[in-house]
Design a protein around this ligand. Structure first.
Ligand SMILES: [Zn+2]
Length: 371
């Protein structure tokens, strides 16, 4: 039976260990799903130490016929073949993958669900993603406002050993700005779908997420609890250093408006450094911005005598280019960090690299002194 464990920041669900180790139970349920009978006195040994049993001589023959398929199944299971003994962690977004790997080090393997270059707000998981979660030990995501598909996928994965961390739980979430002034949405303010999910762009919240990840890994693998805690502390020092550089640089800028030809991903960042976000799209780049929104962004750029507007890599830059041309300004990249492009993945770009490069562009675009 699942139960909840609470630390000072959040709650995550904790499930008991399955009765079989090394994934044997999962394999047997999968075999049953494919129509194999697995109970009885005849033992069939497999080279990696797993076995199952049949009832009678005739079922034994059937089992022999099926054994080839079964052995193929065992040998081609990538989860056990890849990284034996490591906690298998699946994350929805790139920053969470980096935080998990930073905390877990060589004791874990953190994989990202999103393929390179995929736009995370419009992405939907495939059956193969459900299969990955079905074999994982830990799943980390932001929350229902970022991954509305998570509840269904977790149900379909039906993995009793999985520990799930909803990283935004217990953190001070912001309302999505376009709904704050929209009376049509006032009744639905408490809906999680109207909360801004981009918490990883506030480094002070990232410190809490990193602590929660260490708590989940320690619950799953208690002999290494101090290993996870030490590594979490060390990564938090890096986050704090980046945060301090942001504080120092962004406190002396000529402009305080970040005009973005993409979606409203930077509200947490803007609030932390006393900046203002003006974005073409809402918290998701699903719908095209209205002409009114485009006009008000152009007006904002002209009023504040901005020299640059910012655009995203994962959202079509066409509107950002129209906006820049209309307002007579240049463009600079600002990266949300949800995901990497294929090129960034090949270059092993880190989340902290992305954030440092954002600060360079913010400093140039907002004309901050001392750069
Ligand atoms: Zn986003």
């Amino acid at each position: 039976m699942a139960h909840s464990v609470t630390d000072k920041n959040k709650t995550y669900s904790k499930s008991p260990q399955p009765p079989f180790t090394k994934g044997g139970q999962g394999r047997i349920s999968l075999l049953r799903r494919f129509g194999f009978t697995v109970a009885g006195p005849t033992l069939i040994f497999c080279p990696n130490g797993y076995f199952f049993m049949g009832n009678t001589p005739s079922s034994f023959i059937r089992l022999i016929l099926r054994a080839g398929i079964v052995l193929f199944f065992f040998f081609t299971d990538p989860a056990s073949a890849q990284q034996p003994g490591k906690l298998k962690v699946i994350t929805s977004l790139f920053p969470l993958q980096e935080f998990a790997q930073a905390v877990g080090g060589e004791n874990i393997q953190a994989d990202l669900l999103l393929p390179p270059g995929a736009e995370p707000h419009t992405w939907d998981p495939k059956p193969s993603d459900v299969a990955k979660i079905a074999k994982a030990d830990v799943f980390i995501y932001i929350g229902p406002m970022m991954e509305p598909w998570a509840a269904k996928v977790l149900k379909a994965a039906n993995n009793p050993k999985l520990q799930v961390l909803e990283a935004s739980r217990g953190l001070p979430l912001r309302e999505a700005r376009e709904h704050e002034s929209d009376p049509k949405h006032s009744k639905r303010k408490s809906d999680e779908g109207h909360l801004d999910p981009h918490i990883w762009l506030d480094f002070s919240l990232d410190l809490k997420i990193v602590d929660s990840i260490a708590a989940v890994f320690s619950a799953k693998d208690s002999p290494h609890a101090s290993f996870y805690k030490n590594r979490a502390e060390s990564y938090k020092e890096k986050l704090t250093a980046v945060d301090q550089t942001y504080q120092g640089t962004l406190s002396k800028c000529r402009h305080r408006q970040i005009i973005i030809g993409g979606h409203s991903a930077f509200a947490y960042l803007a609030k932390r450094y006393n900046l203002e976000q003006v974005a073409l799209y809402g918290i998701s780049p699903n719908a095209e911005p209205t002409p009114k929104k485009l006009a008000s962004a152009i007006q904002s750029a002209q009023e504040h005598k901005a020299k640059y507007i910012f655009f995203e890599i994962l959202v079509n830059p066409k509107l950002a280019q129209v906006l820049a041309k209309e307002a007579g300004v240049g463009t600079l990249v600002l990266q949300t960090g949800h995901n990497l492009t294929k090129d960034q993945l090949n270059k092993k770009v880190s989340f902290l690299d992305l954030m440092r490069s954002n600060l360079e562009n913010l400093s140039r675009g907002l004309e901050c002194h001392g750069q």
